[in-house]
Design a protein. Structure first.
Length: 314
């Protein structure tokens, strides 16, 4: 199927995304320059790494049904559903928690349904085994031929799509940092950066599993290790969809200083981590650090505050 079978260009993504300098004395006092890579401005409904991860997979789907997985507040499910509406292909969301089938849809799932996504609720044991042949065969028998995307959208094609992010950042920064859920963005970012640059991942989930996930994705996408990357897992603030008053205070202060709305579950943790690392002397004087802004606030997380949302990955 030719690339124009699914004309993603008609969505008019803003690529390359802007690169903005930030004057912040918490970095300047250590002679470090902070830049923001504004991937949140790529597309209003498919911002940041959502666009970069979905676009190559949607080309591969070529209009077929896309079936993917997520929790009740999944950003990935919402982005996939929005893409289906915008481009006119069917979507299926396999949602963790069969008890949710008998409750009113929360705002996140209601948005998915309004965008035409067919929601299929499964119990948590089946969800944990979602990659097994038994579960996948059962889903395909229900929904027919589909392109199956993993939770968070991180697969080899997604990592290859995120390599373009690294290529856009060749030169300006020694370190490029990104918040990580499932590892696809970091795997591709590192592969796309140039010699002498490194990618730094700030995991937003607990568990210490992300290194293995990034290595596996790079093996699948690029045939082996690609680029320099590392993880610092100190800044998850309790795990995905967990925040603390300290994190909210930091994000509020960053917004006041720079006029940038700060998404709390990923971007705030990234920026907080970078300020701590700068204070620790992790970045050499005279160096430049780029923070990838992968999303923006305002996406629905249910009736409560974001930290009330159940654990999920994007």
């Amino acid at each position: 199927m030719p690339d124009d079978a699914l004309p993603l260009s008609r969505l008019r993504p803003a690529l390359p995304s802007p690169l903005e300098p930030v004057e912040d004395e918490r970095f300047a006092r250590h002679s470090v320059t902070l830049l923001l890579k504004r991937d949140d401005l790529i597309h209003p409904e498919l911002p940041g790494n959502k666009w970069r991860k979905l676009a190559p997979n949607l080309r591969a789907a070529a209009g077929r049904t896309v079936l993917t997985f997520g929790g009740a507040y999944s950003n990935h499910l919402r982005a996939t559903a929005a893409a289906g509406r915008l481009l006119g292909f069917p979507t299926v969301g396999v949602v963790r928690g069969d008890e949710l089938a008998h409750r009113p849809l929360n705002p996140s799932l209601a948005r998915c349904a309004a965008d035409g996504m067919r929601l299929h609720f499964v119990d948590r044991a089946a969800y944990r085994a979602k990659a097994s042949p038994e579960v996948l065969d059962g889903l395909l028998s229900l929904f027919g031929e589909c392109l199956v995307l993993p939770e968070g959208g991180s697969n080899a094609l997604a990592a290859q799509g995120c390599a373009e992010l690294g290529r856009e950042l060749r030169g300006p920064a020694g370190t490029v940092a990104v918040a990580c859920g499932t590892g696809g963005t970091l795997a591709g970012l590192a592969a796309g950066l140039g010699p002498g640059q490194r990618a730094l991942g700030i995991p937003v989930l607990r568990g210490g599993f992300l290194g293995d996930a990034v290595r596996a994705l790079q093996q699948e996408a690029f045939g082996g290790p690609a680029g320099r990357w590392s993880l610092d897992d100190r800044f998850h603030f309790g795990g995905y969809a967990r925040t603390t008053p300290r994190l909210h205070a930091f994000a509020d202060d960053f917004e006041d200083r720079h006029g940038l709305p700060v998404e709390r579950l990923y971007v705030a943790k990234l920026l907080y981590g970078l300020t701590v690392l700068a204070a620790e002397g992790a970045f050499a004087p005279g160096s430049t650090v780029t923070a990838v802004v992968t999303g923006r606030p305002g996406a629905p997380h249910g009736a409560g505050s974001p930290h009330d949302a159940p654990s999920d990955s994007r």
